[in-house]
Design a protein around this ligand. Sequence first.
Ligand code: GUN
Length: 303
Amino acid sequence: MTIIDGRQIAADIRQELKTEVEHILKAGGRPPCLAVVIVGHNPASETYVRNKIKACQQVGFRAKKISFEADVKQEEVIKAIEQLNEDSSVDGFIVQLPLPEHLNETHIMQAINYKKDVDGLHPMNVGKTALGMPSVVSATPKGIRELLSRYNIQTEGKSVVIIGRSNIVGKPMAMLLMQKPYLSLPKMASQTLGDATVTLCHSKTRNLRQICLGADIIIVAAGQPNLLKQDMVKEGAVVIDVGINRIEDNSQEKGYRLVGDVDFENVAPKCSYITPVPGGVGPMTIASLLQNTMQVYKTNNRI
Ligand code: GUN
């Protein structure tokens, strides 16, 4: 059993990007710039945003943070997005989710110019991904694809079960893994990522255990601790745990610890590969966001 080291792969990606930025600067170019819009003071969101900005600085990107109080009016957020759409010094930006209840997430996400949508959540990017066209792919599925690729885990002809149908993870993950790989990854045609037989499960799925037992690869993104148990996994399966759940733990300085959606201790011995929480998929999401920022920087500047 191999524990997939997302921290190491994310560090490798940051190093690759740092080298790329150095080459751009040497050639007289300017560094890529990512802006992050955050509304309110959700503690998890504040941590993510801090980490995203820190990661930008590590690789030599510029970073801008635009903060609003939780009671901000929708028009003000849209105005800030329109300014970012026009700002030629900003290559890409994201609006950190979740947003406070009174804001319309769909309208806000659609106000983003899709060419600057480094989250890959705009309908244009989602649609392109669905069609197998070159697109910006949302950070978590992109990071998982990268982990599978760098650990040489083939997906061609494999049975993949995804648990969770979110727009951020489950749906785009299913689209990527079912695709003909040469459409989405022209430079990596030797790696057969895609061409899988994908089953997308969710809270209403019946016989989840039976479905999972048939899977070569299980990707769990349901936000439910211990959802995937030992008796749901066949010997030699690959398990990717996307869950990040805060569990109260007074022995920890912060008063909580992070666990995934997988009963890791009991599931891991049956697996060929498994991602831990923390240190698996989590660090990859920020690395993917940086890769997306570099991608749009190059596309929009014709590099
Ligand atoms: N909140 C949790 N994950 C994400 C993400 O990938 N993008 C944004 N914008 N917000 C998030």
